[in-house]
Design a protein around this ligand. Structure first.
Ligand SMILES: C[S@@+](CC[C@H](N)C(=O)[O-])C[C@H]1O[C@@H](n2cnc3c(N)ncnc32)[C@H](O)[C@@H]1O
Length: 304
């Protein structure tokens, strides 16, 4: 039985994740994040593996990608079971290779060493005990298997300092909360039209393709991300560090621990211009805006 906090977390995420499932562009962009090269593996490496996607979200986009890439079985785990109708829409066609399981990453309902590859993206900071969740993930990873997690790094960059501050405002300021809750591509279009009409009246000489380009920077995918940053309940501010996560892997006896990153393609919005900083998280510009950034780390459980 989920706690009140977990129920709220699930309800908030379920709304975005259903929207993402309904939009082929967004779903395909998310599924395209799973590629062997990113994990430092040769092409075809997921073929024949038993994979766990822990905290898979209602649309289970990563599970879908692993199945497409030939995993022998993918177990998709989320809190409760209300999400399963959504996940089944895309996973149903994989038959018995896909299993949907209700459960918590804090108490995984699997035997030790059940999976060759464990994937847990963006989940641990949304739990009451991230370290306990991490240990559970290591427990179910097979000897010789790999564990991959992502957590948002510490908020010492400008973007996350602002987000952490605005998250507090979101909790207490009804007007700000209302604005965020109603932020979407349609409501933004009105604001953008007003902005551009006003600009065009003052500076008609610049009327050209620049307005179309400006509009193109703000699509629904962008606003789903913005709402997520303010609405998603977290037990912890964005305050994890790379060293801390490396230590977690090492303390659990994992080897070949690597922080990885990728060039995130296929954004149709402003984030296209942020993608170089997601890839090169150590560049001074990336550090300035994103601090420790999104920590994506993989390690291997040695053979006993
Ligand atoms: C940021 S979303 C990521 C979803 C998915 N991994 C993805 O990358 O699209 C975080 C997810 O963690 C799930 N979650 C939160 N606490 C959890 C727990 N204790 N056990 C399993 N999942 C949990 C939430 O319901 C939510 O779907």
């Amino acid at each position: 039985m989920e706690s009140a906090f977990e129920l709220e977390t699930r309800a908030v995420f379920d709304r975005y994740q259903r929207q993402q499932e309904n939009d082929d562009h967004i779903f395909d962009r998310l599924a395209s994040l799973i590629e062997e090269d990113y994990f430092g593996l040769p092409a075809g490496s997921f073929r024949g593996l038993d994979i766990l996607d822990a905290g898979c979200g209602s649309n289970a986009n990563a599970s879908y990608a692993f199945l497409e890439k030939g995993a022998r079985s993918v177990t998709s785990l989320e809190l409760g079971s209300e999400w399963m109708d959504c996940a089944s829409k895309r996973l149903g066609r994989f038959g018995a290779r896909s299993a949907l399981v209700a459960g918590s990453v804090l108490d995984l309902p699997f035997d030790d060493g059940s999976f060759d590859f464990v994937h847990c993206a963006g989940v641990l900071p949304h739990t009451s005990e991230p370290r306990k969740g991490f240990e559970e993930l290591t427990r179910v990873t097979r000897p010789d298997g790999k564990l991959f997690i992502t957590v948002m790094g510490t908020g010492n960059g400008v973007v996350y300092r602002c987000i952490n501050h605005l998250r507090e405002l979101y909790k207490h300021d009804l007007q700000f909360r209302h604005s965020v809750d109603n932020l979407n591509a349609a409501s933004a279009r009105q604001a953008i039209d007003w902005l551009l009409d006003t600009k065009d009246r003052e500076e008609a000489e610049y009327l050209s393709k620049e307005n179309d380009f400006f509009r193109s920077l703000f699509d629904e995918d962008f606003f789903v991300t913005i709402r997520d940053r303010f609405q998603a309940p977290t037990y912890h501010d964005f305050d994890f560090t790379e060293i801390q996560i490396r230590d977690w892997f090492a303390e659990c006896g994992f080897a070949n621990i690597r922080r990885i990153s990728r060039y995130t393609r296929a954004f149709h919005n402003l984030r296209r211009f942020l993608a170089p900083m997601y890839r090169h998280y150590d560049h001074p510009l990336a550090r300035f805006w994103f601090g420790d950034g999104c920590i994506q780390m993989i390690g291997e459980r040695p053979r006993q």
